[in-house]
Write a protein that binds this ligand. Sequence first.
Ligand SMILES: Cc1cc2nc3c(=O)[nH]c(=O)nc-3n(C[C@H](O)[C@H](O)[C@H](O)COP(=O)(O)O)c2cc1C
Length: 351
Amino acid sequence: MSESAQAHRKDEHLSLGVNLWRQQQNIQVGATFDDIRWLPETFPEMAVADVNTQVTLFGHNFDWPFYIEAMTGGSTLTGRVNGQLAAVAQQTGLAMAVGSQSIALKEPDAAKTFQIARQNHPDGFLIANLGADHPIENVRQAIDMIDANAIELHVNVAQELVMSEGDRAFYWLDNLATVIAKSPVPVIIKEVGFGMSQSAFKTIQALAPAAINVGGANGTNFAMIERRRNRPAETFNLDNYGLSTVESLLAAQSADNNLPLIATGGIASANDVVTSLMLGATLTSSAGYLLKTLMRDGEAGLITEIQSWQRDLPRLMTLLGAKKTAELSAKPRLYSPMLHNFIQQTKKATR
Ligand SMILES: Cc1cc2nc3c(=O)[nH]c(=O)nc-3n(C[C@H](O)[C@H](O)[C@H](O)COP(=O)(O)O)c2cc1C
């Protein structure tokens, strides 16, 4: 396959994204998962075997409250990675999202780098992915391409603005309303790692998609990735911008959001999954950390890692006395002064 500039960008995202995780260069933006402490449940009165980790969303039963989030596809290398991620998802019973399929709408040859996910995970819950500016015709094509069960439309103003070749105009709301009304599968509105504040949740509430992926900071940092890609280098810098995943989840609460939430951004353990569910997420997903594990340890290593999350999760839920994931949101917790301060300040916000 001849590789276009857009395909090259996919390879750069992959290598720069993996490097950030490998070298632990991601900058801390706002409160982290460690800013929430779980209060001990001394008498859980249950057994690990009582735990049910299933989650029902989009009319589907997910066996696990976490999945492999959107990353790749579009080039030979990233097509291979999509195939590996899908094989791992299949073997571990996880759902999976593919990376943005916009390249395959322009370069039909690239479709196979996404279709490999459906081939390797024939019965899996697969999520298509496009930017929020794509019209319903493209959305239908992306869904059909992988026989998707849902589609994510990513919103990524900060990422585009850091990219030298990125978009500079962002009129998305009318299009999103049309796509949500006409999409044949559930639509998820998804940030890519800069998080969402109360005003965003209120705006999205009116659009009524099937779910919101808060896509918070403190994991893969696309401001850093795009800045490192820029040639020539630019001074424009948003490395510290955004709300973290835990802050975004709390912002959803104070915005009285009642749409299902998916937490992504910095999730790197079953503990992070539990904390996200405590803060109101229905599902969670992880991208960069799982990708780093795949690139370092191969498919077998990633399977081992995911299986350890699957082993840890029922234990952690027992620790907290929760038989079902939905019970976690009522469990008592302590917020660090930094997070407490965030809650106080955003309570006052009137927007
Ligand atoms: C290499 C790479 C490529 C990505 N490409 C996409 C993409 O095409 N579409 C999208 O919505 N998000 C994309 N993301 C963002 C992730 O889906 C996720 O929202 C973000 O990385 C935060 O999660 P993390 O901290 O677990 O990585 C990408 C992430 C990585 C690491």
